[in-house]
Write a protein that binds this ligand. Structure first.
Ligand code: MN
Length: 275
């Protein structure tokens, strides 16, 4: 099994070595990771400049550093290495619970894998942990559970400091932990930190609740964000032109129609249009 290991803390993070060492028990490992920290970059990709892919010594592992985001690393890593079976991301120095799934570069690497049709698993641990000896057996247990579960395409794993066991969880998004904190620069000018505040009262069965209770949290995720219940309700209560569209439009668009939309999706720099 070919296992591509990525992260968002940068290729020189102790967390990526710990994860790569555990991964090596399950298959052949290659590390492709950002050359500098990319935490909270989410699923950004680098579309306005080319990327470099440079070999770099990380323990005994074949490893490459990329001047891009976690998603860039997975896309480039999968391009440079045929038939990757699994992408592991982390182990992040900091938990990725609840709404963090929207900001996390760690999870974005696993999401990028899922977009490419490769299974992806993200691992995060409490910040402050730099020695992973106590965590590694739990990463191993998680992989022993997850690897045989072939239908699981994308999983977010969070490890508490002293795990008691593993449980399946859902995402806790009822409360948001982002907060703006005003500050000033040395000249007294206004600046603002986008920071986090502690949340209380996580719901039972969620990722946050699990880690509060010292369980390893494993959350199966999906890429399709469609709100199925609302879609069905809207189609029922406020039908639009669906019936007309079904009558006049073929079930499958022509290649020309697909090409035109693809061209319109491509970003163009302002001012590039011929006048
Ligand atoms: Mn990080």
């Amino acid at each position: 099994m070919r296992i591509l290991v990525c992260n968002d803390d940068g290729i020189y993070s102790p967390g990526i070595v710990a994860l790569a060492e555990v991964a090596a028990e399950f298959g052949t490992v290659r590390i492709v990771a950002p050359n500098v920290e990319q935490s909270s970059m989410g699923h950004a990709i680098t579309a306005s400049r080319p990327l470099s892919y440079r070999t770099t010594p990380i323990g005994a592992f074949e490893a490459y550093r990329v001047n891009g985001t976690p998603a860039d690393c997975v896309a480039l890593g999968a391009h440079m290495w045929d038939k990757v079976n699994l992408v592991l991301s982390g182990c992040n120095l900091g938990l990725n619970l609840g709404n963090s799934i929207w900001h996390s570069g760690t999870l974005a690497a696993a999401k990028q894998a899922a977009l490419l049709g490769i299974r992806g698993v993200a691992f995060s641990a409490p910040s402050g942990i730099e020695v992973f000896d106590a965590i590694k057996p739990w990463m191993r247990k998680a992989l022993e559970v997850l690897i045989p579960q072939r239908e699981l395409c994308l999983v977010n794993v969070n490890l508490p400091r002293e795990p008691r066991g593993l449980i399946w969880t859902r995402v806790s998004v009822r409360l948001y932990d982002g907060v703006i904190v005003p500050t000033t620069d040395p000249l007294g000018r206004d600046l603002y930190w986008f920071s986090v505040k502690p949340l209380e009262g996580a719901e039972e069965g969620t990722d946050r609740w699990a880690v509060e209770q010292q369980w390893v949290s494993m959350t199966p995720l999906r890429l399709d964000l469609t709100d199925e219940a609302q879609l069905a309700r809207c189609r029922e209560q406020r039908p639009l032109d669906e019936q007309l569209a079904a009558t006049v439009s073929p079930p499958k668009s022509s290649p020309e129609a697909a090409k035109k939309v693809a061209e319109e999706e491509a970003a163009s720099p302002i001012g590039s249009r011929a006048t």
